[in-house]
Design a protein around this ligand. Structure first.
Ligand SMILES: [Ca+2]
Length: 220
């Protein structure tokens, strides 16, 4: 009879540290928080009708044309949060031309993340990965949950043409950040369920509570 394998003692420890680690790894309540970030790009050359909102609008057919020209040098896209958020995966989606691509695009990109409250160092989530517009237009990167407030997508090159020697006009269709929503987001999500088609900036406190609720009486 084969003796049952002994599990490492550490798996049974329920000290404070173990519970903390478990909680930090628990992704059950994570949602796509990409649209909670401020988005910017280097180059200041965004296509006027295809701006940053298209990167996080939930549509893989709407494109963020972050550099509105043939890309001759490396460019970066930034997603930034006011406070570090617990995150555990990024998904990047490029335009899909179909099963064939007459323009034959190849993107080379990296994805980095930083907790600027702890360090100026960047963690490398994806390092010089390749993508195209046919059979490799979307990649998911999962990692142990960690606090970040800055994400940087570095577009090293965007090549096109039969031999991939021409510079192409780059775009990204969608970027997903799976992370923990904060308390403000929870309140907003609850309100949004009852007030469809409103954005966060269109919900002044007076409209929700009524004017009388925000008048603070003076203390006698
Ligand atoms: Ca989109």
């Amino acid at each position: 009879m084969i003796a049952p394998m002994r599990m490492p003692h550490s798996l049974y420890r329920f000290d404070t540290e173990s519970i903390k680690v478990y909680e930090l790894s628990k992704p059950a309540n994570f949602k796509n928080i990409a649209n909670k970030a401020r988005i910017s790009a280097t180059g200041n050359n965004v296509h006027p009708s295809d701006g940053a909102a298209k990167l996080v609008d939930g549509s893989k057919t709407s494109l963020f044309k972050f550099y509105n020209a043939a890309m001759t040098s490396e460019q970066s896209i930034f997603l930034e949060y006011d406070e570090p958020r617990l995150m555990n995966s990024f998904t990047i989606t490029f335009e899909r031309a179909g099963t064939t691509d007459s323009d034959n695009y190849q993107f080379t990109y990296s994805i980095l993340a930083q907790n600027s409250q702890d360090s100026t160092d960047w963690d490398t989530i994806a390092d010089h990965k390749l993508a195209n517009r046919t059979d490799n237009f979307e990649q998911i990167y999962s990692f142990d949950a960690k606090l970040y407030d800055k994400i940087k997508i570095v577009m090293h090159s965007c090549k096109t043409g039969a031999d991939l020697t021409n510079n192409g006009w780059p775009s990204i269709a969608e970027f997903v950040v799976m992370g923990q929503i904060d308390e403000d987001d929870k309140v907003f999500e609850n309100v949004k369920d009852n007030y469809a088609n409103l954005t966060k900036t269109e919900l002044p406190l007076n409209n929700i509570l009524g004017n009388d609720f925000v008048k603070i009486p003076s203390v006698a």
